[in-house]
Design a protein around this ligand. Sequence first.
Ligand code: SAH
Length: 556
Amino acid sequence: MLVRTPIVVVLNQVSVPTARQLMTALPGAQLYGLASRTTDVDVSFANFGDTVRQLYREGVPMIGLCAAGILIRTLAPVLTDTKTEPPVVAVAADGSAVVPLLGGMTGVNALAEKIATVLNVRPAITTTGKLQFNIVLPDPPMGYRLANPEHVKAFIADLIAGVSVSLDGDAPWLTASDIPFAVTGKRTISVTTQAIPGSLERLVYHPTSLVLAITQPSQFTITEWIDVISDRLTTANLALAAVACIAIPKTTVGAAIAGVGKICNLPIRFVESAQLPPDLTVISHDPNLTIFSAKQPIDPHQIGQAQGKLTVVGTGPGSPQWMSPQVRETIRAATDLVGYHTYLDLVKDLSVGKECHGSDNRVELDRSRLALDLAASGKNVVVVSSGDPGIFAMASAVLEVLDREAKPEWQTIDLQINPGISAMQAAAAAIGAPLGHDFCAISLSDLLKPWEVVAARIAAAAEADFAIAFYNPISSQRSWQLAAAKEILLKSRSTTTPVILARNLGRTGQEVKVITLGELAPASADMRTVILIGSSQTKLIPRADGSNWVYTPRSY
Ligand code: SAH
């Protein structure tokens, strides 16, 4: 189970000292405070309900210094699967009570106990198994996986009813509990790396004490590797859930094997052979794959180096509401953020405790190289773009460097791209549906391509009657391009064509105006403006307040 750093939420200043006190037990935790009522918090929020529901959806463990009822009512509409939901704890504002509310299977009791210890109170644990046997069977500690969670509820009920149980195998957390283990019992708890089936009579825990060591990752394709691994585990009667990680040599190109890690949900670790713990025993070996076993569960972090991760994300045009939950989650999980200073500022709330590598806007390729190198060293790197990362932004820059310079160590990186809302979409939504039929996007910048290419595209798009989104319409070094673009458009489009000027979308000073093509002038736009040019079919609908909707019909 991945243990994420919790967030502590307060609604008033009185709770802040208690919050800070309990946070001493939670290294890296951030304090969220209601903007109108708190000061000196790490992150201020305006809306309690939206913030708490968003954190819950993202799976962030949460401690609310407020009435349990407030948290319950707030989260009720979004409650999900008990197996995957994050822990939620309510703590009295004065620290006198700690109530684990949600996340019984994902560690809430352990979290509540940790907090209660620093506050010097007893947590209000209500989980029956926990009360009776001082153990949470559905939520084993790190290093153990429950193979049959579907049977655990009935199993606990039987134990509470006094049905006898024996322990087959060895696990300190089980022997330290108050379960009265008998030598033989009607029920059994097994702790084993063997692939034995669980049932209502038998709970099976797999200690993660196996390592799959692969010497030649490029030997097979992803699908072949999955077959090889599953065959070898089956032959040895070993459970996949008992595998702590896949270890591959640092020097090999491991792109395919990274895919195997994802499909099998196993971490990939890059090792020099000397980095495997010395006390491992070989339990199965052939030239492709060696299965090692340790006496105790293995923490994969202790083995070699992580597979680096690089995700290029788009934050949307500006407003936090336009950032996707996926992007938020990716940024939260990152160790390093790379991007243009202004864009890193847009995600300040999410970047506490991370290495931030801010740079000037015009060094995209250097920035990409830096991000790839950081990821190749095992970091979890996020490159932050505004809007969509694939639209005139960093995703192409990263792929361009990857393609051109092709450093072998970059091949090991788990590379992902998370989409975002692009400026043209936000602009269109603000005014109606001007991009409702065929449209295209053109950057007016001639810094990265010659003006002749830009001019030819504008002419072709105008002639083909596309609605057009102009990005990068103008800047301090480029002042004449917009006027030149207008001249080209006027050859095949009328002066009355609706034009939308959308500036600072989702940011302070947002402005969306409708003018005509005839009125378009260089002064109409700046580098924070996206311009939408209507097609010959784009129309206006007057609104009661004197403004207009602008749309392009679906059919004509
Ligand atoms: N990847 C971005 C585009 C980057 S190019 C996206 O998908 O939106 C930069 C250009 O995008 C700016 O010159 C401007 O034309 C447009 N732009 C980006 N953010 C904007 C915003 N918040 N409001 C208006 N235009 C914006």
